[in-house]
Design a protein around this ligand. Structure first.
Ligand code: AHR
Length: 514
């Protein structure tokens, strides 16, 4: 393993020069790492029966003319494998608390239909059910995260679902075998309700915690499967919800969830995903980075009840939420994805890396065709979104050792008084000893000159990749699928243990240093 002596990543933004270029000096001190590993689950995904996330996005059925493997779109499967998806949450979201798993097993032609009343009144034919989801997870090599129905289901229903999926023998295992699967699946993550304060039952928190205790009692470990139970947590700034969960159920849960969306507001227009001005851009980033103070406050509450850090925090829904694309079903939450979304993803992941002592999972909403998605599909076409490219560039940080950094970047203040760094950075060292430093320049106008100081034993070998675009509103669509795509980045010089990077405005750069 190469030995690095990285002095602290210290970023000083020197005022913009006449040429419109910021100067930033960066230092990393690998000696001050506490060995915190970035859990791969920070890069989790969320797939809900909503719009065309499942149907058309992941699943087209085995008889489709769209190229597929056993009903799963081949193009999307390949894209997800490249992404290294570590965990996928399913079947909702709000849908989960109206989902009855028995409707989604057995011969597809016999499965009952239901109305998806949460999402546009679409008829759900249940052709994608437990087998289809768990087999998909096996195919792409990710952990399943099952979101159980507490809002409209019964204790017995949830208990039997766990048994059906994971028991090696017994009545539910026999039913599973009749439906074509002899071996139990491995299911680790089990959500006991979703947004129980809202679409998951409109409960008050005390009542939910009593229900939680009861439901989780009967969710058993079968064979060698060990469940990791997740309680339905707070949204945004509802610190009381976290407080009561910690008071009432900390001894009965492995984790509690949190939801935080980068949204302008819940009433009225949320703004266009593709048409926005500079002020709206900076406001979006301001709201995105506010997640840091929200995470910190929830963690502080958890720390006070659980100083031994036994209960994890899972941000199991996050991402941008804009108005749907014109002409699409408002209940299907189909939105485009621009370079602005890439910036939100980058800044958010940088923040998540810092809190992984408590924050063990994050699931972006959602994997396909819904909100801040990885892929968009239309018939047999698929495009990778700018957010996909960020997740692919950042997957070098999965399971790597987090390298803390001090970044004294100048900040900007958005119209709502929220501060956001102009230049941001995150770094980690992987098992082979390579250091990945990912840099984010949020500025719409100004390039940045960034000097990364590194002391290492020997000559540094550095490779780079960049994601940027001419306009911040640029996005990929079916006629122009590669408008925003990462390319090799060489605009840096390595000399005397220093890497001097010329970073364009509105860009994200990863440097891999060996
Ligand atoms: O991701 C869309 C919806 O947002 C989910 O169904 C729900 O949990 C949240 O309100």
């Amino acid at each position: 393993m190469k030995k690095f002596f990285l002095a602290a990543i210290l970023a000083v933004v020197i005022p913009v020069s006449a040429a419109g270029q910021m100067k930033v000096i960066i230092n990393i001190d690998s000696d001050i790492t506490d060995g915190q590993i970035i859990p791969k689950e920070i890069y989790g995904q969320f797939a809900e029966h909503l719009g065309s996330c499942i149907y058309g996005g992941l699943w087209v059925g085995p008889d489709s003319e769209i190229p597929n493997i056993d009903g799963y779109r081949t193009d999307v499967l390949e894209a997800l494998k490249t992404l290294k998806v570590p965990v996928m949450r399913w079947p909702g979201g709000c849908f989960a608390d109206e989902y009855h798993w028995r409707d989604g097993i057995g011969p597809r032609e016999d499965r009952p239909r239901m109305v998806n009343s949460n999402w546009g009144g679409t008829v759900e034919d249940n052709s994608f059910g437990t087998h289809e989801f768990l087999n998909l997870c096996e195919m792409i090599g990710c952990e399943p995260y099952i979101s159980g129905n507490v809002g409209s289901g019964t204790v017995e229903e949830l208990a039997k679902w766990v048994e059906y999926m994971t028991a090696p023998d017994g009545p539910m295992a026999r039913l599973r075998a009749q439906n074509g699967r002899t071996e139990p699946w491995k299911v680790k993550y089990l959500g006991v309700g979703n947004e129980s304060w809202g679409c998951g039952g409109n409960m008050v928190v005390d009542y939910y915690t009593h229900l939680y205790r009861r439901y989780q009692t009967y969710c058993r470990n079968f064979g060698d499967n060990v469940l990791y139970k997740v309680a339905s947590g707070a949204t945004d700034y509802d610190y009381n919800w976290t407080e009561v969960l910690m008071k009432n159920i900390a001894n009965h849960t492995d984790g509690i969830s949190l939801h935080y969306y980068t949204v302008k507001g819940w009433n009225g227009s949320k703004g266009s995903a593709t048409q926005f001005n500079a002020e709206e851009y900076y406001n979006t980033l301001g709201k995105a980075v506010e997640v840091e103070s929200v995470i910190k406050r929830h963690i502080a509450i958890m720390d006070s009840y659980d100083p031994e850090n036994k209960v994890d925090l899972l941000l199991d829904e996050w991402g941008t939420w804009f108005d749907v694309e014109p002409g699409t079903n408002p209940g299907h939450l189909y939105q485009q994805n621009t370079m602005r979304d890439a910036m939100v993803a980058s800044l958010s992941l940088n923040i998540f890396h810092k809190y992984t002592k408590r924050l063990k999972m994050a699931n972006i909403a959602q994997i396909a065709n819904v909100l801040q998605s990885m892929v968009l599909t239309k018939d047999d076409k698929m495009v990778l979104t700018p957010t996909y490219h960020v997740f692919r560039m950042y997957n070098v940080h999965q399971e790597a050792t987090f390298l803390p950094l001090t970044c004294s970047s100048m900040t900007f203040t958005d119209a709502n008084g929220r501060e956001c760094p102009v230049v941001d950075a995150t770094a980690s060292r992987n098992a082979e000893g390579a250091v990945n430093v990912t840099l984010t320049n949020t500025d719409l106008e100004n390039d940045a000159e960034i000097i990364v100081s590194i002391a290492a034993d020997g000559k540094l070998s550095v490779t780079g990749e960049i994601l940027t675009s001419k306009d911040i509103t640029d996005h990929n669509d079916f006629d122009s699928p590669s408008k925003v795509s990462p390319v090799e980045f060489k605009d840096f010089k390595v000399k005397d243990g220093k890497i001097t990077v010329k970073m364009p405005a509105k860009s994200i750069v990863n440097l891999c240093i060996r």
